[in-house]
Ligand binder design. Structure first.
Ligand SMILES: CC(C)(COP(=O)(O)OP(=O)(O)OC[C@H]1O[C@@H](n2cnc3c(N)ncnc32)[C@H](O)[C@@H]1OP(=O)(O)O)[C@@H](O)C(=O)NCCC(=O)NCCS
Length: 185
């Protein structure tokens, strides 16, 4: 369990899959700036069974244990090498309260503390101001616009590519105790 002040991140377990399937199949869960998806629970379970460590999903929980969203890391294979990307979504009633920013901060701390990586990236529809604000508050920088790369609402849309480099992150913002453990202090 990765603990923050507002939320905790807990690795997704098989028992979480029914709720995850419910979220994925509700168009409002991903909002108006993400592709519409309908996936059966059977497909989600199959995907979970065969998932490798290249894709790790975490449930975002409030301090009272209620499940309010998810955040994941996945590897994109690119001619330049493997790129580590994150994606996230919160239940509509839990947005605008700082939960998204803290979940991304925890994830970035976790990734730089646990993996020998140079960068973490994220991609979001250019109209998705909430997501861009979350990334900027967490220290991500906008690298540019990928033109017509997302299919959303029946149209191809532009997306912003953001990244944070290890040297920009510098030190953990939330997982400070874990960082001390890592160094053996
Ligand atoms: C994107 C998302 C995760 C943001 O999480 P959140 O908990 O709502 O964001 P926070 O409360 O941490 O807010 C971060 C900042 O964004 C701002 N913000 C929130 N909603 C906004 C909106 N609709 N438009 C503009 N700014 C917004 C907040 O005011 C805050 O800035 P501030 O601290 O300067 O006031 C959440 O809105 C969500 O789940 N959206 C649907 C799925 C999605 O788009 N996922 C991202 C895919 S790339």
């Amino acid at each position: 369990m990765l603990e923050g002040k507002l939320v905790n991140l807990r690795v997704m377990e098989k028992e979480d899959l029914p709720l995850f399937a419910e979220w994925i199949n509700k168009p409002e869960f991903f909002g108006e700036y993400n592709p519409l998806r309908q996936i059966s629970r059977t497909e989600i379970e199959k995907d979970y069974e065969k998932s490798t460590l290249e894709l790790t999903g975490f449930i975002i929980e409030k301090k009272d244990g209620s499940k309010i969203g998810y955040i994941c890391q996945f590897i994109l294979v690119h001619p330049a090498g493997k790129l580590l990307e994150i994606g996230y979504s919160l239940a509509p009633s839990e947005r605008g309260k700082g939960n998204g920013t803290e979940a991304v901060e925890i994830m970035v701390d976790y990734l730089f503390l646990s993996k020998d990586i140079m960068r973490v990236q994220a991609c979001t529809d250019t109209r998705n101001l909430a997501s861009q604000k979350v990334l900027e508050k967490t220290g991500f920088k906008k690298e540019g616009t990928m033109r017509k790369c997302l299919f959303v609402g029946g149209q191809l849309r532009d997306a912003c590519l953001y990244s944070v480099l290890r040297e920009e992150w510098k030190e953990p913002k939330i997982l400070t105790k874990l960082a001390r453990n890592t160094c053996g202090k």
